[in-house]
Design a protein. Structure first.
Length: 149
């Protein structure tokens, strides 16, 4: 069985930061919206008022997945799951689900109450973890889901 571990991304490590940027840019394949520079800025975000935290799944010392969570700057007690990607060869192995769970666990350990939003095309894994669709939110095949805690 494959083994991986999930850690907080150390954004002060140039190799880890570069590998995470490359994974996200390649996964989204939308250079106008997800340029390497924009992704790098997101990963390194140091805004003290609106936290950002990124997690990585490591397998044999290589980053095989990355995913972020951040405070919504437009609504109190609202958190966003975003910039989630798993390398193509590792998809379907439970890594993506484990990354979601790690971020949910971190949120629940660090905040008393709140709501978590995510936009996704594949919604089953989120529904299995307690998310529900926001009514009339399907735009271009993406659904907005929310989970309260």
């Amino acid at each position: 069985m494959d083994t991986f571990r999930i850690d907080t991304l150390d954004t002060s490590s140039p190799p880890l930061l570069a590998a995470s940027v490359t994974l996200i840019v390649n996964a989204f394949a939308d250079p106008e919206r997800y340029s390497a520079e924009r992704v790098r800025r997101e990963l390194r975000g140091d805004d003290p008022a609106f936290y950002r935290r990124f997690f990585v799944a490591l397998e044999a010392g290589e980053i095989v997945a990355v995913g972020g969570v951040k405070a919504a700057d437009w609504a109190s007690k609202t958190h966003l799951l975003y910039l989630s990607a798993v390398t193509p060869e590792r998809r379907g192995k439970g890594i993506g689900r484990a990354m979601i769970k790690a971020r949910l666990d971190w949120l629940e350990a660090n905040f008393k109450t709140g709501r978590i939003l995510v936009s996704a095309t594949k919604t089953k894994r989120f529904r299995d973890l307690g998310f529900v669709d926001v009514r009339n939110s399907n735009i271009d095949g993406r659904h907005l889901l929310v989970r309260r805690f």
